[in-house]
Design a protein around this ligand. Structure first.
Ligand code: 5CA
Length: 437
């Protein structure tokens, strides 16, 4: 993509409404624009990152055997009357009436919707287990939408729902998602610690939140100091094998959210306990028959008896992750994307767009990089070198290639690594091979 043609509205100044670094940088780097409180448009650069995050989430869900569906954003209120949650959900739920005066709502989550789909389709225990997910926009009329996409009112969530015959099988489904979540976040270069958590309005008795430690996190969290040195291993496991030992291993070190942490009963001595702020990027729940019973989601068991389905639900904040990734990866100059989620693999800067030789060489390299399948953002604008460096650092692509008249005369191009800041001259004719995977 040529920057001269790209829709990338960068801001020079820090927007005053943004209190945390990810919100500031997403606005400054032209990734999002606010539409109304907690509701955002995603501009080309931001949407690229959102899609990359979504893709990793999808790949790991598919790998764990979950199947993708797409349920609507708008739901009929009847579903929620049936489950008994309509009144309990309170003001966070956006409710309205259609032209036929039917009560509708913008879905804050989809337990009811998916349970009725499965209830109407699955009649026998032989059709179990099932795990269905979708990646869809949600709306929660949060009292205090803030921090940009981190606590939005409209936000993108991956949510899935598992259906099993028995508790043990349901725990296996829970464990599968536990593994898939560790893998998902590790692939994005994030250290998300699984913590015992409160189940809130979703309900149930077993739940883990996946928290990234960051000063700007909204939750207070507590964990064993050893978590700080632990590299979360995202090994690939056989999802059909017994995952309980893996689950036990990764829950053996203490980690709990504020609501679950009981100072008097905490097994970790005070000097080994870390109190920190966390960003919740995922939350998994096992809630048994809380929804299947009221909604009548039963199957015929092996002896013909009616058995209510054992269920769990599993959420990842896809749009929140974009903010969380920036909280975890930035410096004073801007964002530093991990390669796995970067909007482009490479930035190419032509320092002298007005110089015919430089332009010719940069255009040629750009064409070669594209032919090699490398996603490159080419700054071909006629701007000062300082402005170009600042823009490229702000948007945070992992590597930059900088072409100027002096290097070109020697047949070289400068390579800068955004994270380490190291700079190195490369022979121009090796640049494509260096980045072709
Ligand atoms: N039905 C369950 C699991 S599918 C559920 O809704 N869980 S949740 O409420 O914990 O949400 C799942 C994830 O969505 C959270 O872990 C968080 O990462 C993200 N999320 C929740 N509320 C917001 C919000 N207001 N803005 C951005 N992301 C949010």
């Amino acid at each position: 993509m040529r920057l001269s043609r790209y829709f990338l509205p960068l801001l020079r100044e820090n927007p005053s409404e943004a209190q945390i670094v990810s919100h500031r940088l997403m606005l400054r780097a032209g990734m999002i624009r606010q539409s109304s409180a907690g509701i955002y448009s995603w501009l080309p650069l931001g949407l690229r990152v959102l899609k990359r995050v979504e893709r990793i989430v999808r790949e790991e869900q598919d790998r764990a055997g979950a199947q993708e569906i797409l349920m609507p954003t708008i739901q009929p209120a009847e579903l929620w009357h049936e489950s008994g949650r309509y009144d309990d959900y309170g003001k966070e739920m956006l409710r309205f009436r259609d032209r036929h005066d039917r009560e509708m709502l913008y879905g804050p989550t989809n337990e009811e919707q998916v349970t009725t789909i499965v209830r109407d389709a699955i009649k026998s225990y032989r059709d179990l287990p099932k795990n269905l997910y979708h990646i869809q926009w949600k709306f929660r009329d949060e009292v205090r939408p803030r921090f940009g996409v981190m606590r939005g009112r409209e936000f993108l969530m991956k949510d899935n729902y598992s259906f099993d015959l028995e508790r043990d099988a349901a725990k296996h489904s829970y464990n599968k998602m536990f593994v898939a979540y560790l893998r998902t976040f590790a692939r994005m270069g994030l250290k998300a610690i699984p913590m015992r958590a409160d189940t809130g309005p979703i309900g149930g008795d077993l739940s883990h939140e996946f928290q990234i430690l960051a000063d700007t996190g909204e939750s207070e969290v507590y964990c064993d100091r050893r978590w700080l040195e632990t590299d979360i291993l995202a090994e690939e496991l056989d999802y059909d094998s017994d995952l309980e030992p893996f689950f036990r291993h990764w829950t053996s070190l203490y980690a709990a959210t504020d609501e679950m942490h009981k100072p008097d009963a905490c097994p970790v001595p005070a000097d080994e306990l870390v109190t920190a702020r966390g960003i919740e990027v995922g939350h998994i729940f096992y809630f048994g028959t809380n929804y299947s019973k009221p909604l009548g989601a039963v199957v015929a068991g092996p002896n013909g008896e009616e058995v209510p389905l054992e269920m769990g639900s599993y959420g990842i904040g896809v749009s929140r992750l974009v903010g969380a990734l920036i909280e975890a990866n930035h410096d004073d100059a801007g964002i530093i994307w991990p390669e796995a989620v970067s909007p482009f693999r490479l930035g190419l800067i032509n320092l002298r767009a007005a110089d015919a030789k430089c332009r010719e060489a940069a255009d040629e390299l750009y064409a070669k990089l594209r032919t090699a399948g490398i996603d490159v953002l080419y700054d071909d604008r006629d701007e000062s070198p300082g402005a170009k460096f600042a823009a490229m650092d702000l948007i945070g692509l992992p590597d930059q290639l900088i072409l100027g008249p002096r290097g070109l005369a020697a047949g070289n191009i400068e390579h800068k690594n955004r994270r380490t800041g190291t700079r190195q001259d490369l022979p121009l004719d090796t640049a494509v091979a260096r980045f072709a995977s």
